[in-house]
Design a protein around this ligand. Sequence first.
Ligand code: GDP
Length: 425
Amino acid sequence: MLTSIVGTNWGDEGKGRMVDLLSRDYDIVVRYQGGNNAGHTVVNDRGRFILNLLPSGILRPETANVLGPGMVVDPEHLTKETAALREGGIDITPAHLVLSSRAVLCMPYHRLLDQLEEDRLGDRKFGSTRRGISPVYADKYMKKTLRMGDLLHPESLREKVEGIVEWKNLTVEKGYGHSPVGVDETMAWLEEYAMPFAPYVRDTTVFLRNAINEGKSVLFEAQLGALRDVDYGIVPYTSASTTLASYAPIGAGIPFAKLDQAIGIMKAYSSCVGEGPFTCELFGEAGDALREAGGEYGAATGRPRRVGGFDVVASRYGVLMQGCTSLALTKLDVLSYLEQIPVCVAYELNGQRTEEFPSSIDDLNAAKPVYEYLPGFRCDISGARRLEDLPKAAVDYIRYLEKAVGCPIRYVSVGPEREAYIQLF
Ligand code: GDP
């Protein structure tokens, strides 16, 4: 069984928590795109963990975890993330963590360039996490990066670094007027943070092909959501990577494989980190109350998130682009406080009502939300474990959303804990 778990919206849909839950049925969990620019928060019997780079399966000792070729890996961050997990009692060894030899290294100069560019833009900034993700993906397409496999060839590493650093300094020094990147400091950084991971580096294509041939099941874990996809998202307020389910086999290193299912993670309301159009945004008291109820502060950055009611237009588009075969609806319990549940059912654009998600940034900037209200359920549902345990208004809301986005909801999560969920079929 090859399953992809993806976000249907702007990210932060609660994917980490669902992967943590579902990974028990899989032998291997693979991250296949992005870097440490987003975070999953996972709460289970072993504690509360924030994962930026590592697949959520890392919290289960019997699960193998892979960082695929589609990823960009900052080994300094990986060093800190693995250290924090080890402090929490999680064992991390090459026996259950495999880093693709094709994955690209996110370097200190990528972080630097991300910061320099956001600072240069000032008020026009994109809201980057400043972790170097766009610069490193740009360099990947320029074919001027180091890959994890280069760590296995230390004899030619310095020569590769010299070539790249010379080219980088055309931008860092001559472009931004910053002090140049040094070859020695870059080599020292690689020695300190990257080299210790050399024993974890393998050809993940071989690893996964063999595993699939042996009948092992694989869960592909995406970061961010459909609306952050570099091609189909809210360009330019997107990530630099492909966040869609259909990229999973490619980014994982097994482009010949076909997914059996794509489970979309969809939140019972909307949230968005950073800049850019967010049509369904709620402001003032309504927004503050929802943000507080949902604890909507970034896992990677701590930034307060923008919030809104469930956005039918954006979610239906996201579910379609992900090719979802079923959905997990998360954080339904957060809406318990509401008398009436706000739902953005359409956009108004140039005086016309539309239910299609606009592809142009200008149309998205101009779009106004059309809100309707559904009855609230006004009671604590965090203890519900079967559909019958939910009040009618909550069931009606679930059925309404299924119909609105055109995909069955299989799981409903009603709390952050591993077992706080209902399985509908
Ligand atoms: P991700 O990047 O998609 O995994 O999203 P986040 O890291 O933002 O995770 C969502 C946050 O909500 C985390 O703090 C989770 O522990 C929490 N969470 C996940 N599912 C639920 C839920 O059903 N109810 C509540 N109240 N919290 C949840």
